[in-house]
Design a protein around this ligand. Structure first.
Ligand code: BGC
Length: 458
Protein backbone atom coordinates (compact mmCIF):
# COMPACT_ATOMS: atom_id res chain seq x y z
CA UNK A 1 0.00 0.00 0.00
CA UNK A 2 1.31 3.47 -0.88
CA UNK A 3 1.88 6.09 1.85
CA UNK A 4 -0.69 8.31 0.15
CA UNK A 5 -3.37 5.59 0.56
CA UNK A 6 -2.51 5.19 4.24
CA UNK A 7 -2.97 8.91 4.77
CA UNK A 8 -6.31 8.90 3.02
CA UNK A 9 -7.51 6.06 5.23
CA UNK A 10 -6.67 8.03 8.34
CA UNK A 11 -9.14 10.79 7.51
CA UNK A 12 -12.55 9.74 8.76
CA UNK A 13 -15.21 9.27 6.14
CA UNK A 14 -17.56 11.48 8.15
CA UNK A 15 -15.01 14.31 8.04
CA UNK A 16 -14.49 13.93 4.31
CA UNK A 17 -18.21 13.90 3.69
CA UNK A 18 -18.84 16.79 6.09
CA UNK A 19 -16.22 18.97 4.38
CA UNK A 20 -17.52 18.17 0.91
CA UNK A 21 -19.60 21.35 0.75
CA UNK A 22 -16.37 23.37 1.00
CA UNK A 23 -14.98 21.68 -2.07
CA UNK A 24 -15.76 23.87 -5.10
CA UNK A 25 -15.21 22.20 -8.46
CA UNK A 26 -14.16 24.33 -11.44
CA UNK A 27 -17.70 24.32 -12.82
CA UNK A 28 -18.92 25.99 -9.61
CA UNK A 29 -15.98 28.41 -9.57
CA UNK A 30 -16.90 29.37 -13.15
CA UNK A 31 -20.44 30.14 -12.03
CA UNK A 32 -18.98 32.43 -9.34
CA UNK A 33 -16.84 34.08 -12.01
CA UNK A 34 -19.81 34.77 -14.28
CA UNK A 35 -21.69 36.34 -11.40
CA UNK A 36 -18.68 38.39 -10.32
CA UNK A 37 -18.13 39.63 -13.86
CA UNK A 38 -21.77 40.73 -14.07
CA UNK A 39 -21.38 42.73 -10.83
CA UNK A 40 -18.14 44.32 -12.07
CA UNK A 41 -19.85 45.44 -15.27
CA UNK A 42 -22.68 46.99 -13.25
CA UNK A 43 -20.17 48.64 -10.91
CA UNK A 44 -18.22 50.27 -13.73
CA UNK A 45 -21.29 52.19 -14.83
CA UNK A 46 -22.40 55.04 -12.52
CA UNK A 47 -26.04 54.51 -13.58
CA UNK A 48 -26.06 50.91 -12.31
CA UNK A 49 -23.40 51.08 -9.58
CA UNK A 50 -26.01 51.38 -6.82
CA UNK A 51 -27.38 47.97 -7.81
CA UNK A 52 -23.97 46.33 -7.89
CA UNK A 53 -22.29 44.71 -4.91
CA UNK A 54 -18.86 45.19 -6.54
CA UNK A 55 -18.57 48.96 -6.72
CA UNK A 56 -15.45 49.27 -8.90
CA UNK A 57 -14.37 52.68 -7.62
CA UNK A 58 -12.16 54.92 -9.73
CA UNK A 59 -8.89 55.52 -7.82
CA UNK A 60 -7.75 58.45 -9.99
CA UNK A 61 -4.38 56.70 -10.22
CA UNK A 62 -3.60 56.69 -13.93
CA UNK A 63 0.17 56.21 -14.10
CA UNK A 64 2.24 53.28 -13.00
CA UNK A 65 5.51 54.25 -11.30
CA UNK A 66 8.40 55.23 -13.54
CA UNK A 67 11.19 54.49 -11.06
CA UNK A 68 12.17 58.16 -11.20
CA UNK A 69 10.10 59.23 -8.18
CA UNK A 70 12.05 61.35 -5.74
CA UNK A 71 11.57 63.02 -2.39
CA UNK A 72 10.63 62.51 1.23
CA UNK A 73 7.08 61.39 2.02
CA UNK A 74 4.92 60.44 4.94
CA UNK A 75 2.44 57.60 4.75
CA UNK A 76 -0.36 56.43 7.01
CA UNK A 77 -1.58 52.89 6.79
CA UNK A 78 -4.95 52.14 8.39
CA UNK A 79 -6.86 49.04 7.49
CA UNK A 80 -5.97 45.91 9.37
CA UNK A 81 -5.24 45.02 12.92
CA UNK A 82 -2.50 47.63 13.23
CA UNK A 83 -2.04 51.20 12.21
CA UNK A 84 1.34 52.42 10.93
CA UNK A 85 3.05 55.71 10.29
CA UNK A 86 5.91 55.72 7.79
CA UNK A 87 8.61 58.11 6.63
CA UNK A 88 9.84 57.20 3.18
CA UNK A 89 12.63 58.54 1.00
CA UNK A 90 12.51 57.75 -2.69
CA UNK A 91 15.40 58.46 -4.97
CA UNK A 92 15.27 56.64 -8.28
CA UNK A 93 15.84 52.98 -7.50
CA UNK A 94 16.81 53.78 -3.93
CA UNK A 95 14.20 53.41 -1.25
CA UNK A 96 14.50 54.06 2.47
CA UNK A 97 11.77 53.62 5.03
CA UNK A 98 11.29 54.13 8.73
CA UNK A 99 8.04 53.14 10.33
CA UNK A 100 6.26 52.54 13.58
CA UNK A 101 3.26 50.37 14.40
CA UNK A 102 0.58 51.69 16.72
CA UNK A 103 -2.26 49.69 18.15
CA UNK A 104 -5.83 50.77 17.45
CA UNK A 105 -7.65 49.87 20.68
CA UNK A 106 -10.92 47.98 20.22
CA UNK A 107 -12.79 50.88 21.88
CA UNK A 108 -11.52 53.21 19.12
CA UNK A 109 -12.35 50.71 16.34
CA UNK A 110 -16.00 50.82 17.31
CA UNK A 111 -16.17 54.26 18.96
CA UNK A 112 -16.93 57.75 17.61
CA UNK A 113 -15.15 58.62 14.35
CA UNK A 114 -13.64 61.75 15.82
CA UNK A 115 -11.73 59.66 18.36
CA UNK A 116 -10.29 57.49 15.60
CA UNK A 117 -8.98 60.45 13.61
CA UNK A 118 -7.68 62.13 16.80
CA UNK A 119 -5.81 58.91 17.59
CA UNK A 120 -4.32 58.85 14.07
CA UNK A 121 -3.26 62.51 14.32
CA UNK A 122 -1.71 61.97 17.74
CA UNK A 123 0.35 58.97 16.51
CA UNK A 124 1.39 61.00 13.47
CA UNK A 125 2.43 63.87 15.70
CA UNK A 126 4.58 61.76 18.01
CA UNK A 127 6.19 59.93 15.05
CA UNK A 128 7.01 63.09 13.12
CA UNK A 129 8.37 64.81 16.24
CA UNK A 130 10.60 61.80 16.88
CA UNK A 131 11.89 61.97 13.29
CA UNK A 132 12.15 65.78 13.30
CA UNK A 133 9.81 66.29 10.34
CA UNK A 134 6.69 67.46 12.20
CA UNK A 135 6.61 70.96 10.71
CA UNK A 136 8.12 70.29 7.28
CA UNK A 137 4.73 70.15 5.56
CA UNK A 138 5.73 66.85 3.94
CA UNK A 139 3.40 65.30 1.35
CA UNK A 140 1.46 62.43 2.84
CA UNK A 141 -0.18 59.41 1.20
CA UNK A 142 -3.04 57.99 3.26
CA UNK A 143 -3.60 54.27 2.76
CA UNK A 144 -7.13 53.85 4.00
CA UNK A 145 -8.22 50.28 3.33
CA UNK A 146 -11.97 50.46 3.53
CA UNK A 147 -14.48 51.09 0.72
CA UNK A 148 -14.09 54.68 -0.44
CA UNK A 149 -16.03 56.32 -3.21
CA UNK A 150 -13.17 58.47 -4.48
CA UNK A 151 -14.04 61.77 -6.03
CA UNK A 152 -10.43 62.76 -6.65
CA UNK A 153 -6.92 61.59 -5.82
CA UNK A 154 -7.20 63.12 -2.38
CA UNK A 155 -10.93 62.90 -1.70
CA UNK A 156 -12.80 59.79 -0.72
CA UNK A 157 -16.23 59.29 0.81
CA UNK A 158 -16.44 56.34 3.18
CA UNK A 159 -19.22 54.01 2.05
CA UNK A 160 -19.02 51.38 4.82
CA UNK A 161 -16.70 49.98 7.46
CA UNK A 162 -15.36 46.43 7.28
CA UNK A 163 -12.98 44.13 9.20
CA UNK A 164 -14.41 44.79 12.66
CA UNK A 165 -14.27 48.62 12.46
CA UNK A 166 -17.47 50.55 12.98
CA UNK A 167 -16.90 54.19 13.93
CA UNK A 168 -19.98 56.34 14.37
CA UNK A 169 -20.55 59.49 12.36
CA UNK A 170 -18.15 58.72 9.51
CA UNK A 171 -20.00 56.87 6.73
CA UNK A 172 -20.86 59.31 3.93
CA UNK A 173 -18.03 61.67 4.89
CA UNK A 174 -14.68 62.47 3.29
CA UNK A 175 -11.93 60.70 5.25
CA UNK A 176 -9.23 63.16 4.19
CA UNK A 177 -11.31 66.04 5.51
CA UNK A 178 -11.73 64.19 8.80
CA UNK A 179 -7.97 63.56 8.98
CA UNK A 180 -7.21 67.21 8.16
CA UNK A 181 -9.62 68.38 10.87
CA UNK A 182 -7.81 66.23 13.46
CA UNK A 183 -4.40 67.46 12.27
CA UNK A 184 -5.62 71.06 12.40
CA UNK A 185 -6.21 70.67 16.15
CA UNK A 186 -2.43 70.19 16.46
CA UNK A 187 -1.42 72.93 14.06
CA UNK A 188 1.17 74.36 16.44
CA UNK A 189 3.31 71.25 16.16
CA UNK A 190 2.09 69.33 13.11
CA UNK A 191 2.11 70.45 9.46
CA UNK A 192 1.49 67.92 6.74
CA UNK A 193 0.03 67.98 3.24
CA UNK A 194 -2.32 65.07 2.40
CA UNK A 195 -1.83 64.65 -1.36
CA UNK A 196 -3.43 61.24 -1.94
CA UNK A 197 -5.77 58.73 -0.39
CA UNK A 198 -5.54 55.15 -1.60
CA UNK A 199 -6.61 51.60 -0.96
CA UNK A 200 -4.08 48.92 0.07
CA UNK A 201 -4.75 47.04 -3.19
CA UNK A 202 -3.71 50.13 -5.18
CA UNK A 203 -0.61 50.48 -2.99
CA UNK A 204 0.24 46.84 -3.64
CA UNK A 205 -0.19 47.19 -7.40
CA UNK A 206 2.00 50.31 -7.42
CA UNK A 207 4.74 48.88 -5.25
CA UNK A 208 4.94 45.74 -7.41
CA UNK A 209 4.77 47.78 -10.64
CA UNK A 210 7.72 49.84 -9.35
CA UNK A 211 9.78 46.66 -9.68
CA UNK A 212 7.92 44.91 -12.48
CA UNK A 213 6.10 47.01 -15.05
CA UNK A 214 3.99 44.05 -16.03
CA UNK A 215 2.07 44.22 -12.76
CA UNK A 216 -1.53 45.14 -13.62
CA UNK A 217 -3.50 43.63 -10.72
CA UNK A 218 -3.19 44.14 -6.93
CA UNK A 219 -4.76 41.70 -4.48
CA UNK A 220 -5.00 41.68 -0.71
CA UNK A 221 -5.44 38.42 1.17
CA UNK A 222 -5.06 39.52 4.76
CA UNK A 223 -7.49 40.51 7.49
CA UNK A 224 -9.80 41.48 4.61
CA UNK A 225 -9.81 40.75 0.90
CA UNK A 226 -10.01 42.92 -2.18
CA UNK A 227 -8.47 43.49 -5.62
CA UNK A 228 -7.76 46.33 -8.01
CA UNK A 229 -6.72 46.24 -11.66
CA UNK A 230 -5.70 48.46 -14.54
CA UNK A 231 -8.74 49.25 -16.70
CA UNK A 232 -9.01 51.01 -20.06
CA UNK A 233 -10.77 54.34 -19.55
CA UNK A 234 -13.18 53.61 -22.40
CA UNK A 235 -14.58 50.81 -20.20
CA UNK A 236 -15.26 53.20 -17.31
CA UNK A 237 -18.53 54.88 -18.16
CA UNK A 238 -18.66 58.59 -17.34
CA UNK A 239 -14.94 58.65 -16.48
CA UNK A 240 -14.15 62.03 -14.94
CA UNK A 241 -10.37 61.81 -14.56
CA UNK A 242 -7.68 62.71 -17.09
CA UNK A 243 -9.08 61.52 -20.44
CA UNK A 244 -5.77 62.01 -22.21
CA UNK A 245 -4.37 58.99 -20.36
CA UNK A 246 -5.46 55.52 -21.52
CA UNK A 247 -5.80 53.68 -18.20
CA UNK A 248 -6.97 54.03 -14.62
CA UNK A 249 -6.69 51.72 -11.63
CA UNK A 250 -10.09 50.45 -10.49
CA UNK A 251 -10.61 49.37 -6.88
CA UNK A 252 -13.18 46.60 -7.25
CA UNK A 253 -14.06 46.14 -3.52
CA UNK A 254 -14.83 42.51 -4.31
CA UNK A 255 -15.21 41.75 -0.58
CA UNK A 256 -18.87 42.80 -0.83
CA UNK A 257 -19.61 40.35 -3.67
CA UNK A 258 -22.48 38.12 -2.56
CA UNK A 259 -24.24 40.78 -0.50
CA UNK A 260 -27.24 40.58 -2.87
CA UNK A 261 -27.46 36.81 -2.66
CA UNK A 262 -25.05 35.96 -5.52
CA UNK A 263 -23.14 33.47 -3.35
CA UNK A 264 -26.09 31.79 -1.63
CA UNK A 265 -25.63 28.70 -3.81
CA UNK A 266 -22.29 27.96 -2.11
CA UNK A 267 -22.60 29.48 1.36
CA UNK A 268 -22.62 26.88 4.11
CA UNK A 269 -24.23 26.95 7.56
CA UNK A 270 -20.75 27.83 8.94
CA UNK A 271 -20.55 30.92 6.70
CA UNK A 272 -23.99 31.96 7.90
CA UNK A 273 -23.00 31.53 11.53
CA UNK A 274 -19.87 33.69 11.05
CA UNK A 275 -21.91 36.37 9.37
CA UNK A 276 -24.60 36.35 12.05
CA UNK A 277 -22.01 36.95 14.79
CA UNK A 278 -20.08 39.67 12.95
CA UNK A 279 -20.35 43.45 13.48
CA UNK A 280 -21.63 43.78 9.90
CA UNK A 281 -24.19 41.01 9.25
CA UNK A 282 -25.24 40.58 5.63
CA UNK A 283 -22.19 42.53 4.42
CA UNK A 284 -18.82 41.52 2.93
CA UNK A 285 -19.99 37.94 2.34
CA UNK A 286 -17.26 37.08 -0.20
CA UNK A 287 -14.63 38.49 2.15
CA UNK A 288 -16.03 36.39 4.99
CA UNK A 289 -15.36 33.22 2.96
CA UNK A 290 -11.82 34.22 2.01
CA UNK A 291 -9.97 36.43 4.44
CA UNK A 292 -7.81 35.96 7.49
CA UNK A 293 -10.25 37.60 9.85
CA UNK A 294 -12.70 34.72 9.40
CA UNK A 295 -10.90 31.50 8.34
CA UNK A 296 -9.83 30.47 11.85
CA UNK A 297 -13.37 30.83 13.09
CA UNK A 298 -14.72 28.86 10.12
CA UNK A 299 -12.32 26.02 10.95
CA UNK A 300 -13.36 26.19 14.63
CA UNK A 301 -17.04 25.85 13.72
CA UNK A 302 -16.28 22.73 11.70
CA UNK A 303 -14.11 21.30 14.48
CA UNK A 304 -16.91 21.82 16.99
CA UNK A 305 -19.41 20.15 14.68
CA UNK A 306 -17.24 17.03 14.40
CA UNK A 307 -16.63 16.95 18.17
CA UNK A 308 -20.37 17.13 18.74
CA UNK A 309 -20.83 14.29 16.24
CA UNK A 310 -18.26 12.35 18.32
CA UNK A 311 -15.89 12.02 15.35
CA UNK A 312 -13.09 14.13 16.89
CA UNK A 313 -11.26 14.01 20.24
CA UNK A 314 -13.52 11.24 21.56
CA UNK A 315 -16.38 13.72 21.56
CA UNK A 316 -14.69 15.95 24.17
CA UNK A 317 -14.22 19.65 23.41
CA UNK A 318 -12.09 22.00 25.50
CA UNK A 319 -13.50 25.31 26.81
CA UNK A 320 -11.27 27.27 24.38
CA UNK A 321 -12.49 25.28 21.39
CA UNK A 322 -16.04 26.21 22.31
CA UNK A 323 -15.21 29.90 22.57
CA UNK A 324 -15.70 32.17 19.58
CA UNK A 325 -12.56 33.35 17.74
CA UNK A 326 -10.22 31.28 19.91
CA UNK A 327 -9.00 29.29 16.92
CA UNK A 328 -6.77 31.73 15.06
CA UNK A 329 -6.20 31.77 11.31
CA UNK A 330 -2.48 31.51 11.99
CA UNK A 331 -3.19 28.08 13.54
CA UNK A 332 -4.39 26.89 10.12
CA UNK A 333 -1.07 27.99 8.63
CA UNK A 334 0.90 26.19 11.37
CA UNK A 335 -1.10 22.97 11.07
CA UNK A 336 -0.69 22.90 7.29
CA UNK A 337 3.04 23.57 7.59
CA UNK A 338 3.67 20.08 9.02
CA UNK A 339 4.99 17.66 6.39
CA UNK A 340 2.33 15.09 5.39
CA UNK A 341 1.85 12.47 8.06
CA UNK A 342 3.72 14.51 10.72
CA UNK A 343 1.64 16.28 13.35
CA UNK A 344 4.15 18.31 15.37
CA UNK A 345 2.62 21.73 14.71
CA UNK A 346 -0.85 20.26 14.81
CA UNK A 347 -0.32 18.87 18.34
CA UNK A 348 1.29 22.13 19.38
CA UNK A 349 -1.75 24.14 18.21
CA UNK A 350 -4.21 21.69 19.76
CA UNK A 351 -2.42 21.91 23.10
CA UNK A 352 -2.78 25.73 22.93
CA UNK A 353 -6.53 25.30 22.81
CA UNK A 354 -6.54 22.75 25.61
CA UNK A 355 -6.73 19.51 23.61
CA UNK A 356 -4.12 17.13 24.93
CA UNK A 357 -3.23 13.71 23.57
CA UNK A 358 -5.08 13.81 20.25
CA UNK A 359 -4.72 10.61 18.23
CA UNK A 360 -3.01 10.57 14.83
CA UNK A 361 -6.42 10.14 13.31
CA UNK A 362 -7.68 13.26 15.15
CA UNK A 363 -4.69 15.20 13.78
CA UNK A 364 -5.27 13.92 10.27
CA UNK A 365 -8.88 15.00 10.49
CA UNK A 366 -7.99 18.43 11.92
CA UNK A 367 -5.55 19.01 9.11
CA UNK A 368 -8.12 17.97 6.51
CA UNK A 369 -10.63 20.43 7.98
CA UNK A 370 -8.08 23.26 7.88
CA UNK A 371 -7.13 22.36 4.31
CA UNK A 372 -10.75 22.36 3.22
CA UNK A 373 -11.26 25.86 4.64
CA UNK A 374 -8.07 27.34 3.21
CA UNK A 375 -8.39 25.58 -0.16
CA UNK A 376 -11.87 26.99 -0.67
CA UNK A 377 -10.55 30.47 0.18
CA UNK A 378 -7.62 30.12 -2.24
CA UNK A 379 -9.92 28.85 -4.98
CA UNK A 380 -12.44 31.65 -4.53
CA UNK A 381 -9.59 34.17 -4.61
CA UNK A 382 -8.25 32.48 -7.77
CA UNK A 383 -11.69 32.72 -9.37
CA UNK A 384 -11.69 36.44 -8.57
CA UNK A 385 -8.26 36.99 -10.10
CA UNK A 386 -9.15 34.90 -13.17
CA UNK A 387 -12.30 37.00 -13.66
CA UNK A 388 -10.17 40.15 -13.80
CA UNK A 389 -7.58 38.57 -16.10
CA UNK A 390 -10.29 37.32 -18.48
CA UNK A 391 -11.74 40.82 -18.53
CA UNK A 392 -8.38 42.41 -19.24
CA UNK A 393 -7.60 39.92 -22.04
CA UNK A 394 -3.82 40.35 -21.66
CA UNK A 395 -1.88 37.08 -21.96
CA UNK A 396 1.01 38.03 -19.72
CA UNK A 397 0.28 39.68 -16.38
CA UNK A 398 1.93 39.91 -12.98
CA UNK A 399 -0.45 39.97 -10.04
CA UNK A 400 0.90 41.76 -6.96
CA UNK A 401 -0.33 40.15 -3.75
CA UNK A 402 -0.03 41.23 -0.14
CA UNK A 403 -1.65 40.32 3.16
CA UNK A 404 -0.86 38.09 6.10
CA UNK A 405 -2.91 35.12 4.89
CA UNK A 406 -1.09 34.87 1.57
CA UNK A 407 2.27 35.67 3.16
CA UNK A 408 2.16 33.15 5.99
CA UNK A 409 -0.05 30.31 4.76
CA UNK A 410 2.31 27.62 3.48
CA UNK A 411 0.23 26.60 0.44
CA UNK A 412 -1.93 29.59 -0.55
CA UNK A 413 0.45 30.75 -3.25
CA UNK A 414 0.72 27.29 -4.82
CA UNK A 415 -3.01 26.69 -4.69
CA UNK A 416 -3.64 29.96 -6.53
CA UNK A 417 -0.77 29.49 -8.93
CA UNK A 418 -2.26 26.16 -10.02
CA UNK A 419 -5.90 27.20 -10.07
CA UNK A 420 -5.81 30.58 -11.88
CA UNK A 421 -4.60 29.18 -15.25
CA UNK A 422 -7.31 26.48 -15.12
CA UNK A 423 -9.95 29.19 -14.92
CA UNK A 424 -8.63 31.43 -17.69
CA UNK A 425 -10.60 31.92 -20.85
CA UNK A 426 -9.19 29.43 -23.39
CA UNK A 427 -9.25 32.24 -25.95
CA UNK A 428 -6.29 33.84 -24.13
CA UNK A 429 -3.36 32.24 -25.92
CA UNK A 430 -0.22 31.14 -24.05
CA UNK A 431 -1.00 32.94 -20.83
CA UNK A 432 1.86 33.65 -18.41
CA UNK A 433 0.56 34.62 -14.99
CA UNK A 434 2.89 35.47 -12.14
CA UNK A 435 1.95 36.02 -8.54
CA UNK A 436 4.37 38.47 -6.94
CA UNK A 437 4.55 39.00 -3.19
CA UNK A 438 4.42 42.70 -2.54
CA UNK A 439 7.03 44.29 -0.35
CA UNK A 440 5.09 46.54 1.92
CA UNK A 441 2.60 47.77 -0.63
CA UNK A 442 0.66 49.95 1.75
CA UNK A 443 3.70 52.04 2.70
CA UNK A 444 5.76 52.08 -0.46
CA UNK A 445 2.70 52.34 -2.71
CA UNK A 446 1.43 55.32 -0.69
CA UNK A 447 4.76 57.10 -1.18
CA UNK A 448 4.79 56.36 -4.93
CA UNK A 449 1.28 57.74 -5.36
CA UNK A 450 2.05 60.71 -3.11
CA UNK A 451 5.07 61.34 -5.33
CA UNK A 452 2.94 61.47 -8.46
CA UNK A 453 0.30 63.61 -6.74
CA UNK A 454 2.65 66.14 -5.21
CA UNK A 455 4.73 69.03 -6.39
CA UNK A 456 7.41 67.87 -3.99
CA UNK A 457 8.39 65.20 -6.52
CA UNK A 458 11.23 67.05 -8.25
C1 BGC B 1 -11.87 46.57 2.44
C2 BGC B 1 -10.97 46.91 1.29
C3 BGC B 1 -9.56 46.46 1.57
C4 BGC B 1 -9.54 44.99 1.98
C5 BGC B 1 -8.14 44.49 2.31
C6 BGC B 1 -11.73 45.12 2.83
O1 BGC B 1 -12.45 44.84 3.99
O2 BGC B 1 -13.21 46.85 2.13
O3 BGC B 1 -10.98 48.29 1.02
O4 BGC B 1 -8.78 46.64 0.41
O5 BGC B 1 -10.37 44.81 3.10
O6 BGC B 1 -7.55 45.20 3.33
Amino acid sequence: MKIEDLRIQEISREVRDGCQELNLPDSVLRQCMDKLRAQIDLGLNPDTRDKSTVKCFNTYVQDLPTGKEKGQFLALDLGGTNFRVLLITLNGRHFDMQSKIYVVPKAIMIGPGEDLFDHIASCLESFTLEHRVANKNLPLGFTFSFPLNQVGLKNGILTRWTKGFNCAGTVGRDVVEMLNAAVEKRKNTLKIDVVAVLNDTTGTLMSCAWKNHNCKVGVILGTGSNACYVEKIQNVIGFDGDKTKPYVIINTEWGAFGDNGELEFIRTPYDKEIDKNSVNPGKQLHEKMISGMYLGELARLLLVKFVKDKILFGGQASPALLEREKFLTEYISSIESDPRGVFKQCRNVLSKIGISDPTDQDCSNVRYICESVSRRAAHLASAGVATLLNKMEIPSVTVGVDGSLYRYHPHFHNLMYEKIPELLDPRIENPTINLMLSEDGSGRGAALIAASGSEHNV
